[in-house]
Design a protein around this ligand. Sequence first.
Ligand SMILES: C[S@@+](CC[C@H](N)C(=O)[O-])C[C@H]1O[C@@H](n2cnc3c(N)ncnc32)[C@H](O)[C@@H]1O
Length: 258
Amino acid sequence: MKLNIIYNGDCIEILSGAIEENSIDLIFADPPYNLSGNALKWIGNKTGGDWNMVNENWDKIPDVEYLRFTENWIKGCYKVLKKSGSIYVASSYHNLAEIIMALKQLKFKINNIITWYKTNAMPNMTKRVFTHSTEFVVWAVKGPGWTFNYEIAKEINPEKQKDGKIKQMRDLWEMPLVQGKERVRSIDGKALHPTQKPEEMLKRIILTCSNEGDTILDPFMGSGTTAIVAQRFGRKWIGIEKEKKYVEIAEKRLGIKR
Ligand SMILES: C[S@@+](CC[C@H](N)C(=O)[O-])C[C@H]1O[C@@H](n2cnc3c(N)ncnc32)[C@H](O)[C@@H]1O
C-alpha cells in the first residue's frame, strides 16, 4: 500500500479500493459540514477583518443524501481501520447527528465528543440566535485496545493546575480558527482553503491516539493539515481529496514535488 501520498478522488471509492483492510491506526476526517448555501459576508468588520461564510459547492449536499453520504464514507473508514484503531470526525451542530448515527450503526464505541471552543469565532450577524462559537470532534473506536497516551495528553495540555503542575486534558479544547502565519495563503494574501483546521488540534489527536511509525488516514485532506502534523511527529500518512486544486495546495505545503 502506498504511504505518504494524496489520492485525488472520491474518498468512498478510494477507501473501497486503494486502501488495505485493517491497515490504518488512526483516521482524522473533516467532512463537508453541509452548511453552505448562503453567501453571508461581512466585509470591513472592524474587529478582525472581513468575514466570509463557507460557501463551497463541495459543501452543498441535499439533506436526504447527506445521511447516506455520511454512512458510506464512515463504512469505508470502518473497513480500513485496524481493530485497535481510532477515528476522529470533525463536525458542527449542522452534521453532528448524522455522524453519531452513522458511527452507532456500525457499532463504533464513542469515547468522547470534544468541544472546540473557537476563541475568535465569527460574529453573529443576524442577531437572532446566540453566537455560534463551537465545533465538535467525535472520537470513536472500533473495539478494545485503542491507543490513548494519557501521560502525553497531560504533558501537552496548555492548561495547568493552580500550582503549575500538569493537568488531565479535558474534552473542551480552546483554540482560535487558523490565522496568521499558519494559514495557507496565496501570494496576494487570500486563504487558499476555507476550512483549514488548526495544527494544534491535530497535534493533540495524533500524539494521544497514535505512536511513532503508525499510519494516519485523512479522507478529506483539504489543505493537508493532518499530513503536515503526522509528518512532524514521525507518523506515516495517507490523504484523499476530491478537488485537484486542494491536492496541489496540500502537496506544496508538504514540499512534495511531482
Ligand atoms: C472541511 S474540508 C477539510 C479541511 C482540512 N481538514 C484542512 O485542514 O485543510 C473538506 C474537504 O473535503 C473535500 N471533499 C469533499 N467531498 C469529498 C469526497 N467525497 N472525497 C474526498 N474529498 C472530498 C473538499 O474538497 C474539502 O477540501
